[in-house]
Ligand binder design. Structure first.
Ligand code: ZN
Length: 342
């Protein structure tokens, strides 16, 4: 139930009206809105603003939230939302699509995975571990609280959070989905991804917070940080249009899916991380099948001597690799997706 009203603060930013509360039912049908949502305040007293689009279909229906920009170095997702809205015809749409373009403006300003705090000379929070936020927390927790309570809660029937891998690492087109939620599984398998992980989620993520509230949600990881990758963007758009068709938002045909794309679906993943600082030679690439005890990477020191070799603890498929030629201890080298019977 949505008990709040769409509230305009009276401010206009870049020609766009500012709101601090959204109720999609207050908005006219057959129309696309642009808003700036007022988030938490900076140390200088000025608010962070989150730009968003709301498309109201000519016909009533369900609501899909597309969210991106939770992590500030992950950029592919904004292009997905921009292109979807550019090609959207609200006269043919039943229901509502909300596109949140820069969920964590603080993190995007810094092209950083984390939300940076000025407190005590500098601290940070991973926004994708803070939901549903804290009303009286720090600025990151308050921002999460405002997104959850004033923008999303009551407005969303299906949710897709668009991410990529972090800086210096890379995924293919990859989906996290909690298969205990049948609709989340259906959503995941409507994406013509390379790999899917049936995953119980992590407390505090956007996806898991929606799942905990009974709303089907998935996380799509589009490749690498900091760049636009058109293949992943286009296949994500195909998947979102499939989801719109499947759940009654459009009369489109379902096209390429996980089934037709022969997507690899695993239920376990394991990360091989650097145990030492040094230069890294990677011996495998994303999507490659690896055997148990296969040599996948090694590190050399500044003189070129081999200091560490890394072997697989299990057979499986390479899900992610470190792309930087230099890694310190703890840095990801190889992540493997695989299956166990349970
Ligand atoms: Zn992310």
């Amino acid at each position: 139930m949505n008990d709040k009203k769409t509230t305009y603060t009276g401010d206009i930013i870049q020609g766009i009206p500012v709101i601090n509360n959204l109720n999609i039912n207050d908005l006219e049908q057959n129309k696309v809105y642009r808003f700036m949502f007022q988030g938490s305040a900076m140390n200088i007293g000025q608010p962070w603003f989150v730009p968003l689009l709301v498309a109201r279909g000519a016909k009533a229906g369900k609501s899909l939230l597309l969210n991106t920009g939770i992590h500030g170095d992950e950029l592919n997702g904004i292009k997905v939302i921009q292109q979807l809205f550019a090609q959207l015809d609200t006269s043919q749409l039943a229901g509502t699509i909300i596109g949140v373009l820069q969920a964590s403006p603080n993190s995007l300003v810094h092209i950083n995975k984390n939300w940076l705090l000025s407190t005590d000379g500098g601290d940070f929070e991973n926004m994708n571990r803070l939901f549903p936020g804290k009303e009286n927390g720090n600025s990151a927790e308050q921002h999460a609280y405002l997104l959850w309570n004033n923008l999303w809660r009551g407005n969303v029937d299906y949710m897709i959070d668009l991410h990529s891998q972090s800086t210096d690492t890379e995924y293919p087109l990859f989906v996290f989905a909690d298969y205990r939620n049948v609709l989340a599984q259906q959503m995941a398998e409507l994406i013509p991804a390379d790999q899917i992980k049936n995953d119980e989620g992590e407390i505090g993520t956007v996806e898991t917070t929606f799942i905990q509230h009974g709303i089907p949600a998935i996380t799509i990881e589009l490749g690498a940080a900091r760049i636009f990758q058109s293949d992943y963007i286009q296949r994500t758009l195909i998947g979102i249009r499939n989801i719109l068709a499947k759940f009654g938002f459009s009369n489109n045909q379902i096209t390429d899916t996980a089934l037709s794309n022969n997507t690899f679906i695993g239920n376990q993943m394991i990360s091989i991380r650097a145990l030492h600082g040094g230069y890294t030679e990677m011996l495998v690439s994303i999507g490659e099948d690896v055997n148990y005890d296969q040599l996948v990477a090694y590190q050399i020191n500044q003189f070129g001597d081999i200091i560490r070799e890394y072997r697989t603890p299990t057979a499986g498929k390479v899900l992610s690799v470190g792309t930087s030629a230099i890694r310190e201890a703890g840095g990801l080298l190889v992540r493997i997706l695989y299956n166990t019977p349970n």
